[in-house]
Design a protein around this ligand. Structure first.
Ligand SMILES: *[C@@H]1O[C@H](CO)[C@@H](O)[C@H](O)[C@H]1NC(C)=O
Ligand SMILES: *[C@@H]1O[C@H](CO)[C@@H](O)[C@H](O)[C@H]1NC(C)=O
Length: 610
């Protein structure tokens, strides 16, 4: 117990820190001091937290035990704070890209993306046929154009599949809300457009699901809670949803999520626990749990999520799909719950990299969020995936100690893929040191926690008791940080950005596993109360933080499975605005991994011929 004042840390100026492979910087493993709690224990713990004096004492001890005082509160560091990770457009020299005119309409943008895809041929026998692959946007589009199937038929199959997945034996809890009538209406309109030979874009008639944190009519936006929608009615589509609707996509409902995005398991006591399609006794991850699971289970080729602390990439990795988190500011945030302001970003979950690219093109914009200073209009580049051969002289930055801080299966699988990348494409791995990763995790936690607590203030008085028990604990802890601690965390943000910029001067991307563990079991005692499992939680988000705290784009690609058949993801983190390069590298990685892709235990085929 650390009731005694621990010493403070004095940080060396960032410019003097050695980032080379032989740096003497210490790799501090996350040493989370909090036992797993579920059921009545969570309630008792929360009761303590809410006691007037004992509660504050308990919070103090928790912060002390988890090294927050030592590494942040009392830290001495000279870097000025950086509050918002919005980057100048700089001089990205990306290879093999096309510039997307931001004045194009969303359907035009989607069409533009199609021109970047690898050339399709029905009889391309050269390519190894994967044993399993999900239907892509282009598959839907071709099936509709050839009148092999209509959007109405797909909508009917979709509705039947969701209803099947909800029966007590499966209980997948994919959606918080979906409306069969509204889905069929959109599908009928799309069917008519195909009959007239006038589909709006490749996305016409393609089912897309939306995380219940993003506004999408005719649904309410619950954020996974029981009350938010009553206080904040949804009156319009979010900007990104509007773009998809303009492309003719069928918006099929609101996916389940961890309440207020405040946890990583996807266990939601109000709307049910989203189950992992690869093994329904395991978690799907979170907070975009439903969005990852529906893509994995074949219900739609693409879904939208929001990533504030790995919330898109982590469930994507656990469910064996692609997760793309663009640079901070790349996708307009209007109509997304402001659970936090400086770390979250709309992200894309997709069955394939190509589908992520199409939707990325359709919803990204060259506009900066209105509450941020304007003047930065980074160009949107799309990668020419048709030219994979030429992307050869790539340098991947790897920090061994961090890379290997994961389960044996993940380490072995990810290392094997790195060798393959080197062998197939000649990509080089360069060894680096990324200092103070655990400090960054704590600083990010403190930031997202303070922002979320601030968001929640408007509801605290009236609705606190309606929260699930785990979220109640989270919000009690979230409110525990001082303004000084917040600013120290922003100084750490700046420091980390300096480190990362230096690394990007030497390397194209940073490579890491996406998570430290694969999907862990759902335990019955957690279903009603939620669970507090900060040890697994820390392992799940171990590699996610730079993407959020520093606003960097990142992508995860499924690269294999652990011994029990659960998916493993590998992540690339790019420099600001380098989505095109990331997507290009992800596509190359997908090419060498897809022959081993496996079908999930729970999977629905919406296009097959009966
Ligand atoms: C932060 O915000 C993002 C997007 O708004 C969300 O997905 C995430 O769950 C939030 N996290 C917290 C802890 O508030
Ligand atoms: C799911 O996981 C359980 C527990 O680890 C295991 O017994 C079962 O065989 C797995 N199911 C599948 C389909 O792999």
């Amino acid at each position: 117990m650390g009731l005694f004042r621990s010493k403070s840390v004095v940080y060396k100026p960032a410019r003097d820190v050695d980032l080379g492979p032989h740096s003497d910087e210490f790799y501090l493993q996350a040493n989370v001091k909090a036992p797993r709690m579920a059921g009545v224990l969570v309630k008792i713990f929360n009761w303590f937290l809410e006691l007037p004096i004992l509660g504050s004492l308990l919070l103090y001890v928790l912060k002390e035990d988890n090294l927050i005082h030592k590494l942040i509160t009392r830290a001495k560091l000279e870097e000025p704070p950086l509050y918002v990770p919005l980057h100048q457009s700089g001089d990205l020299r990306e290879k093999e890209v096309k510039c997307l005119d931001s004045a194009l309409s969303p359907p035009e943008k989607a069409e533009f993306a199609i021109e970047c895809l690898p050339v399709y041929s029905e009889n391309n026998y050269d390519e190894i046929k994967p044993s399993f692959c999900r239907w892509t946007i282009m598959d839907y589009c071709r099936a509709y154009r050839s009148e092999h199937i209509t959007p109405r038929m797909v909508a009917q199959r979709f509705i039947a599949a969701v209803s099947d997945s909800s029966k007590p034996t499966l209980n997948m809890a994919f959606f918080i809300d979906y409306n069969a009538h509204d889905i069929l209406r959109q599908a009928d309109e799309s069917t008519l457009r195909y009959q007239r030979g006038k589909p709006i874009s490749v996305l016409d008639g393609v089912p897309i699901a939306i995380k219940d944190e993003i506004d999408c009519l005719p649904y309410q936006t619950t954020g996974g809670t029981k009350f938010l929608h009553k206080q904040r009615p949804c009156t319009d589509d979010a900007c990104c949803v509007k773009h998809l609707r303009l492309c003719g996509a069928i918006l099929v409902g609101k996916t389940n999520m961890h309440e207020l995005g405040s946890g990583t398991s996807g266990i939601n006591p109000h709307y049910g626990t989203t189950r992992n399609p690869y093994n329904s006794t395991k978690i799907a991850g979170g907070s975009s749990s439903g969005s990852a699971a529906v893509v994995s289970a074949g219900l739609c080729p693409v879904a939208l999520g929001v990533d504030g602390g790995g919330s898109v990439r982590m469930p994507a990795a656990l469910c064996g799909v692609i997760g793309l988190k663009p640079s901070f500011g790349r996708i307009p945030h209007s109509g997304v719950l402001p659970l936090n302001w400086t770390v979250g970003m709309v992200g894309i979950l997709a069955g394939t990299v190509e589908d992520a690219l199409i939707v990325y093109a359709a919803i990204s914009s060259g506009e900066i969020p209105s509450h941020q200073p304007s003047g930065i209009l980074p160009k949107i580049h799309l990668p020419l995936l048709s030219m994979t051969k030429s992307i050869s002289d790539i340098r991947l930055a790897k920090y061994d100690k961090w890379f290997n801080d994961c389960s044996e299966d993940i380490k072995a699988c990810c290392s094997k893929v790195l060798n393959k990348l080197q062998h197939h494409y000649g990509w080089k791995t360069i060894d680096v040191t990324i200092p103070e990763i655990e400090v960054m995790r704590l600083a990010h936690y403190l930031t997202i926690a303070s922002e979320c607590a601030t968001f929640f203030d408007a509801f605290r008085e009236k609705n606190f008791a309606e929260l699930g028990w785990d979220t109640r604990v989270a919000l009690n802890v979230y409110g525990a940080f001082s303004s000084k601690e917040y600013i120290k965390a922003q100084k750490i943000r700046n420091r980390q950005l300096m480190f990362h910029k230096k690394i990007f001067a030497e390397a194209d991307v940073i490579v890491s596993p996406t998570t430290g563990v694969t999907a862990y079991p759902i335990r019955d005692d957690a279903l009603k109360s939620g669970e507090l499992d900060y040890v697994n939680g820390a392992a799940l988000i171990r590699y996610s933080i730079a993407g959020n705290f520093l606003g960097l784009p990142a992508v995860t690609v499924p690269v294999g499975y652990d011994k029990t058949g659960l998916p493993i993801g590998l992540q690339f983190i790019g420099s600001p605005w380098s989505e095109a390069t990331l997507i290009h590298l992800a596509s190359a990685m997908q090419t060498i991994c897809k022959s081993e892709y496996r079908k999930p235990q729970v999977f629905y085929d919406l296009i097959k011929e009966d």
